[in-house]
Design a protein around this ligand. Structure first.
Ligand SMILES: Cc1ncc(COP(=O)(O)O)c(C=O)c1O
Length: 415
């Protein structure tokens, strides 16, 4: 079985050399944004040094910019399993989703409904909620608070022939649950509704195949999968072609550019190509016989998934042994195929901000609060008291780092 070459991986990320208060930094803040490999930094610097220009001009740097932009669409198409003209870039997932929801509003009529979930980041809730202003109704799917999974029976109750779109996450950025996305797409399509997937949190952890899922839209953010701050969206060609974007008149009318409002982040797109190539190299190193970038990307996740699962077992097993700790989410290792290595906890007697501060002083970076998964934090009843502490691992983290976090928390509760 090929395995992740963790030493090689870590050597790619210069930020991992940072020290805080004399100790190596531990980046458990990946769900808020991952670190980038050196090649992403190089690609962005090179773009700004030798290609910096606006697009479609009759000179060298502009032509190079057009090339970089085409390469970026092709790279994300390989990552998501679609064609380059179905990839739309934007500043971030939230802005892209507001753009799509606004255009979708033009398609809606009285009595139409949209279904969202209480497990989702607000980036996949607020843009749909905003459509209530134009008369459509938004319905919420509940969760099972015992393990923070979606309540599929409730989902079936909320979906009806009036449903025009179901918006849901691939994986929760707060508690790590992976949803049964294929089944949700199927349920949406069964009533003639569209399926809009927020894959921001899933993308660094697992393979995505929009054709197999048959989803209508899928959004992600390259800065969560080792690239620069930016957003990317897959849209089925038929929707991108038929729907009308809010755009300026002189901008191109062809897909995907008609959906990319204003000047894009070109150096960011250069970085996105490098981030996807980094992931592909993880795959090529593990499976040298693969022959395409798409196959290499799938091979990368074949080694990333089990490696992260091992870290999750160590982390969650350790957390569950800490006195006074409440754990939110799936904790049975037999069900870890349904989660990514993102853990949310509270510890009696310490607010999440106090925990994050305590760990931060020891060079361990975690998040506290709701991380914009506001409905979930409210549903779990933790919002008024500071939310939860989130420990988010990605494949550049190590077992030693997990042990350092566990030792720090044990020391805290012993005091
Ligand atoms: C699951 C999820 N969805 C959406 C977003 C919003 O992404 P962006 O910052 O690209 O707008 C985030 C960011 O944290 C997220 O984790």
């Amino acid at each position: 079985m090929p395995m992740l070459d963790i030493d090689w991986v870590r050597a790619q990320f210069p930020a991992l050399a940072l020290r805080v208060n004399g100790r190596p930094a531990v980046y458990f803040d990946g769900p808020g944004g991952t670190q980038v490999p050196q090649r992403v930094i190089d690609a962005m610097r090179d773009y700004l040094t030798s290609s910096n220009s606006n697009t479609h001009g009759a000179f060298a740097t502009s032509r190079k910019s057009d090339e970089v932009i085409a390469q970026a669409h092709a790279a994300v198409a390989d990552l998501l399993g679609c064609d380059a003209d179905e990839v739309v870039f934007g500043p971030n997932m939230t802005t892209l989703t507001f753009g799509i929801s606004r255009a979708f509003g033009r398609e809606l009529g009285a009595g139409d409904e949209i279904v969202v979930t209480r497990l989702d980041h607000d980036g996949n809730v607020a843009p749909w909620h905003a459509l209530e202003e134009s008369g459509c109704r938004v319905r919420f799917v509940d969760i099972d608070p015992s393990d923070c999974t979606l309540d599929m029976a409730d989902l079936k109750r909320q979906i009806s022939p009036r449903t025009r779109l179901v918006a849901f996450g691939y994986a929760s950025n707060a508690v790590g649950t992976i949803n049964d996305v294929e089944e949700i797409v199927r349920l949406a399509h069964a009533v003639g509704a569209l399926a809009y997937i927020d894959a921001v949190h899933y993308a660094p952890h697992g393979p995505i195949d929009v054709r197999r899922l048959d989803c209508d839209f899928l959004a992600c953010s390259p800065y969560k999968f080792f690239g620069p701050h930016s957003g990317a969206l897959y849209g089925k060609r038929e929707h991108l072609t038929r729907w009308r974007p809010y755009k300026v008149r002189p901008a191109l009318e062809e897909n995907p550019y008609r959906w990319e409002t204003g000047t894009q982040n070109h150096e960011g797109q250069a970085g996105i190509v490098a981030a996807v190539d980094y992931l592909a190299e993880v795959g090529w190193r593990a499976s040298p016989s693969v022959t395409s970038r798409r196959a290499a990307l799938l091979a990368a996740y074949d080694v990333i998934r089990p490696y992260e699962c091992g870290l999750a077992e160590r982390l969650i097993g350790g957390l569950l042994g800490i006195p006074g700790l409440t754990f939110y989410g799936i904790k049975d290792p037999a069900r870890f195929a349904r989660r990514v290595p993102t853990a949310a906890i509270r510890i009696a007697g310490h607010s999440p901000r106090e925990l994050a501060n305590y760990l931060g002083e020891r060079g361990i970076f975690t998040w506290d609060g709701n991380y914009y998964a506001l409905n979930l934090s409210e549903r779990l009843g933790v919002e008024p008291s500071g939310g939860m502490l989130r420990i988010g691992l990605v494949h550049y983290n190590t077992a030693e780092e997990v042990d350092r976090l566990l030792a720090s928390l044990r020391e805290l509760v012993r005091k």
